[in-house]
Design a protein around this ligand. Structure first.
Ligand SMILES: Cc1ncc(COP(=O)(O)O)c(C=O)c1O
Length: 304
């Protein structure tokens, strides 16, 4: 089995320092209370970011999503974007990290005074944790590709739990992932409530058909930073790109398919429901990969 978040083994990750509410703690001592609302209820938001040559790629876009999500659930971050940047700088410096690093920034509503749901029971402020790991996605992810299985678990309507929340509660995605594993695949391809192809359990999903790039309307999936970059880069480069409804019919018959996410950038999809995708050539995906690499280089140049 391959996962989209597979990285080369790096023993240095055993000795990392983890930021917990302003303190840097060795991995084994970096803990939160069993009364923490993140542990108890999945009541928190997170962001995954990547460090390239000392610059957190697309930091402003990640912060925009993070602060928007926190505001939407009345979760007071307790600091502004600069405060988050400083906490991340501290953590990277303490770990002597400069490039090929992945960060999981997590904020929960904090420790509760009683083990129940009501948000008002969290009375001592939020819990902020920053885990940074040395991380290089395994090479086979970009060359071999991964296998998807369409799963029964769907992405719901935004008035249940909006898929745009990068919340600690990922049970919807975890169930989809389990279903994919049961079906012998690496990741689950999830449909929307109308049966159109939507997203995977951990990444956004694109197909290439007859020279055009298609992805879902965006109504039921994570508003991925990488997803938006790919759309913008296609537009700027003259590659026809459409956010639209399409079904498994068009998906199985696609020439190329790939996933997007901060961790793996663009990950090739080799097979869906046992059907191989395309003829093994991925000229459009390769072009998009090159454009994305350049966009990161531009972001580094503008922010270092
Ligand atoms: C469900 C889901 N889809 C897609 C993504 C990719 O988003 P991004 O490109 O911002 O990393 C994520 C990452 O957090 C995710 O959790």
């Amino acid at each position: 089995m391959t996962t989209t978040h597979e990285a080369d083994e790096d023993l240095r990750n055993q000795d990392i320092l983890i930021y917990v509410n302003g303190e840097l703690k060795p991995r084994a001592e970096a803990t939160v209370s069993v009364y923490d609302s993140g542990f108890m209820l999945g009541d928190g938001m997170w962001e995954g970011m990547r460090l390239y040559d000392g610059v957190w790629a697309f930091f402003d876009e990640h912060m925009d999503r993070f602060f928007n999500s926190c505001k939407a659930v009345s979760l007071d971050v307790g600091m502004d974007k600069d405060g988050i940047a400083e906490a991340m700088r501290m953590t990277a410096e303490a770990n002597n990290m400069h490039t090929d690093v992945h960060c999981r920034l997590m904020l929960t509503r904090g420790v509760k005074v009683k083990p129940f749901q009501h948000p008002s029971l969290s009375q001592s402020g939020p819990t902020l944790v920053i885990i940074m790991e040395h991380s290089k996605p395994v090479e086979k992810l970009s060359s071999q590709g991964i296998r998807l299985a369409t799963v029964p678990q769907v992405r719901g309507l935004p008035m249940s739990q909006d898929a745009k929340f990068n919340s600690h509660s990922k049970l919807n995605c975890v169930i989809a992932c389990l279903q994919a594993e049961q079906a012998g695949a690496d990741e689950g391809l999830m449909l929307d409530p109308h049966g159109f192809v939507n997203t995977t359990n951990a990444c956004n999903f694109f197909i290439v058909r007859r020279g055009e790039v298609w992805t879902s309307t965006g109504d039921y999936c994570m508003n991925g930073v990488t997803r938006q970059k790919v759309i913008d880069l296609c537009r700027a480069d003259g590659i026809p790109v459409f956010e639209k409804n399409y079904s498994l019919y068009e998906t199985y018959g696609a020439d190329e398919a790939f996933l997007t996410g901060t961790f793996g950038a663009q990950t090739l999809v080799s097979e869906i429901d046992g059907k191989s995708i395309g003829n093994g050539e991925q000229p459009v995906t390769e072009r998009i990969r090159a454009l994305y690499k350049q966009a990161i280089a531009d972001d580094i140049a503008a922010n270092s």
